[in-house]
Design a protein around this ligand. Structure first.
Ligand code: TRP
Length: 447
């Protein structure tokens, strides 16, 4: 039973604008492909909190969220296989944003490219440096770091322009770990795929909305054909050999075709294919890949409630990880229940200097005991460090089940409690905080 180690991939998609072929070839298609790998666990989310920084049109935010969710689903992202969610459905993300805000130097944020670009533009125009700059734009990298760190992502597939943001997320994670306990947060790495070609647009420059040279991914067939016919070519006549080098038409073809198809397209160029014919072939090749997706896209766009259902199910899956992890992080920084805090304060009093005080230094973990009763059944209990009984189980048929329950409590902390309730004796609700707190301490200590 050899098992490959799993790498956690995560990427956010800002919900502004309409996806075009460049987004598809450069981001969506490779992401869907890598999500199918057995050694990858992927998290994809709609970064709608981020979109508020750039866009104050509520209808457009909503529309774009639907379009982008439908695009990724139509392109083959399987929500059963990956965790696909909407950022604003995960309240733990803004919560982590604040924890990170408090360990992030303002100077670090001053150096962010996007913020610096705004400042430079203002200065050039003779304005105040921060003119029109919202705190949201300034804080963008912290929110993005929270996105990444919340799910312990190891690899973050992004474009070159985002590398600095990943480095900043690493900086924030290191500061946090340094203050509160090593390995609490996982340091992410940017993954920039050198393989995926930048798709040229209609005019031969990089395909980009800001150049207005895009081919939208899911326009109706006729419109897509019209766009393809408008790709700029040189003036060589039919029968004259054509250069593949530097031809946007050829490069776009290559991004969709197999190596064999590409080779035969290159031969057609050498043999003097007419530009009109080459464009027709390009259209057919793209349409072959896109047409089935376009149909699925139309279905989803006509059924927003279905997309909503998928996103909410994804959020539930995501929060099953985010909620217990957030409790752990809260406990680490000292946002803890006060019930059962006597041992914590007394331990803190005996020694540890405030700067280094961590949960592990200030609280003692609970103790588990597993045992067999005269009735032949297997039990466990959890007691506080001072001997106070916190949890008492009912009888299990075999020792493995009792051990599994203990292991679940140790691994998941308070999150494991609810599901286990039928197997636990009733405990007074006044003790619930002490129980959660003890389990939180345990989680923190394991880091
Ligand atoms: N900033 C990214 C972009 O503009 C979008 C994004 C938001 C993101 N949060 C993220 C990307 C987390 C990767 C990981 O493309």
């Amino acid at each position: 039973m050899s098992s490959t180690p799993i790498t956690r991939f995560l990427t956010g998609i800002t919900t502004t604008g309409t996806p075009h072929l460049g987004n598809y070839v450069g981001a969506i298609r490779p992401a869907v492909q890598s999500s199918l790998r057995a050694d990858v666990k992927s998290y994809y989310f709609l970064a709608d909190y981020h979109s508020l920084i750039k866009c104050d049109d509520p209808a457009r935010i909503q529309r774009s969220t639907l379009e982008i969710a439908a695009t990724w689903l139509a392109a083959g992202l399987d929500p059963e296989r990956v965790t696909f969610y909407r950022q604003s459905d995960i309240p733990e993300i803004p919560e982590l944003t604040w924890l990170l805000t408090c360990v992030t130097g303002k100077g670090l944020l001053n150096r962010a490219h996007a913020y610096k670009a705004s400042v430079d533009k203002n200065l050039e125009a003779g304005q105040e440096p921060d003119d029109g700059v919202t705190a949201g734009l300034f804080m963008y990298p912290v929110l993005m770091a929270a996105d990444i760190l919340m799910f312990k992502a190891q690899k973050v597939p992004v474009g070159r322009d985002q590398i600095q943001h990943i480095e900043m997320a690493r900086d924030m994670a290191s500061s946090f770990n340094h203050l509160y306990g090593k390995d609490l947060l996982v340091l992410p790495e940017a993954q920039v795929d050198e393989q995926v070609a930048l798709l040229p647009g209609l005019d031969g420059r990089k395909m980009s909305k800001s150049y207005d040279n895009t081919i939208p991914l899911f326009v109706p067939q006729a419109e897509m054909k019209k766009r393809i016919l408008s790709i700029v070519t040189d003036s060589r006549a039919p029968g004259e050999p054509k250069d593949t080098e530097g031809s946007a038409l050829f490069q776009i073809y290559q991004a969709f075709a197999t190596p064999e198809e590409t080779a035969s397209f290159a031969r057609a160029f050498a043999e003097g294919i007419a530009w009109g014919e080459a464009k027709q072939q390009l259209f057919e090749r793209i349409d072959r890949e896109i047409a089935p997706m376009r149909a699925r896209y139309a279905e989803l766009m006509a059924n927003p409630a279905e997309v909503e259902r998928i996103l909410l199910a994804g959020a539930e899956k995501a929060r099953a990880e985010a909620a217990p992890y957030t409790r752990e992080l809260r406990a680490a920084v000292g946002l803890r229940s006060l019930a059962g805090s006597e041992h914590q304060t007394s331990a803190a009093g005996t020694g540890s200097s405030s700067g280094e005080a961590t949960a592990s230094a200030t609280a003692k973990p609970p103790v588990f005991k597993q045992y067999r009763e005269k009735d032949g059944r297997f039990y466990f209990k959890m007691t506080a460090a001072n001997g106070e009984l916190l949890l008492q189980s009912k009888g299990y048929d075999n020792p493995r089940d009792a051990a599994a329950a203990i292991a679940a409590l140790k691994a998941q902390g308070p999150a494991a409690l609810d599901a286990m309730r039928p197997q636990l004796e009733d405990h007074p609700s006044s003790m619930l905080d002490a129980i959660r707190n003890a389990l939180d301490v345990l989680l923190t200590l394991q880091e």
